[in-house]
Design a protein around this ligand. Sequence first.
Ligand code: FUL
Length: 502
Amino acid sequence: MKISFIPVIAAILLLASCTQQKQETEEQLFEKSVTFPKEATLEEKAGFASRVTPTPQQLAWQKLEMTAFIHFGINTFTNREWGDGKESPSLFNPVDFDAEQWVKALQAGGMKMLILTAKHHDGFCLWPTVTTDHSVASSPWHGGKGDVVKEVKAACDKYGMKFGVYLSPWDRNAPAYGDSPRYNDMFVQQLTELLSNYGKIDEVWFDGACGEGPNGKQQEYDWEAYYEVIRRLQPEAVTAIEGEEIRWVGTESGYGRPTEWSVTAYAPGARAANKAINAELGLTAMSEDLGSRNVLAKAAGAWWYPAEVDVSIRPGWFWHEAENEHVKSLEKLVDIYFNSVGMNAVLLLNVPPDNRGLINEADVARLKEFGDWIRNTFGNNPIAGARSVNKNAAAAIDGNPGTCWRTSKLPETAEFRFPEPVAFDIIELQELIEKGQRVEAFKVEAFTDGEWKEIGSGTTIGYKRLLRCDVTETDKIRITIEAARGEALISAIGLYKAGPKE
Ligand code: FUL
């Protein structure tokens, strides 16, 4: 029988190109958002959601892990949390103001960015804006020639700290507030000043709070215009809360969700269309579930919209003398760390300077303890000396965050053996989020007293998941990815022994 090779070769080539095409479709990633095809099944939706990825700016922000909030302003001098806008600017006089002291104290605590309340709800501006006299320019500080934003930004630049601004849309001082177009113009101008005159701004934080109530002033914010200014003047900045890149975790306690999806059906920001999507789905930033299959089932799309956990080191957001005694304990901060950074979120820890213009001694000391605890605890990862029994899992322990253990068929277990027994009470797992967030369930076991024992388990991993366990001594551990959306991509595994909390 005579075989013609031409059609056979053509068929092989076609098959190869189909397989390649299929792989390419499967691997197609969607930066920031995806719209599901109309008839997509839940499984298909989960597949699409698994391939939504962060923008480079969202990724860089996530890797900061710990950032700091600075609430400072007229309230620092009036012992209030929400000023009413009627305060005299003459009250603002931080005679020992030292922005470098702030930055050094925050860096000792491990913070990588500083977000300053350039204007809080009381409308007092920490920079000499042309939009209002209600600012530092009308204060006795530096003879009315001072600029807090400028000095803080200069200190951040000097010490290599990222810098962000909080600008409250709600303004209790501006006469234009409530006269929507007029206030929107003023707000756009304030944003323009902040985003034009101080160099690079890494984050813009829009607070959703407004205490006007039904009989108060009704201001329609022009979010489209606000976002446009930011995109134009600081295209690399991420925008938070009422912004489109970073989501409020939903609490101010320091505690995130044990199941935290960075890919949510909850639509970001304050644009009317996205608010309508959330209303339809019945979702708010505080909903318990923003990204599981249950939520995706009802959704038409998904977004990369990762969580930020904002919490104050003190009971209040602003400094109050009486709270010098109530700076959170190291133990509490460590617990917050596990429940924010350790639960796939970025921590935004507020440290309010006092009325001298300094971070108070009590907070400085606590920040240092916290930073030391983190450095001591996470300094040494014995997984580096382990051997992966499973060849494809070796990349998870090679010390290279860009490579990963790519699972094939779930559940899939990887075993790691140590030359000598190791002792740890913290387990760390990371996903390669550059390619999306995928893991839905996992468990960790250790071989002790002649048998495998489960020492930890969870649902989501995301950028980072930390689990605490009893002190475990073992020469073998294994990790099982039980469920995921498609292939799981585990980029790093860590085992650590917690430092003392005294
Ligand atoms: C809230 C504000 O009302 C508080 O004063 C504080 O700024 C906090 C971070 O956000 O919405």
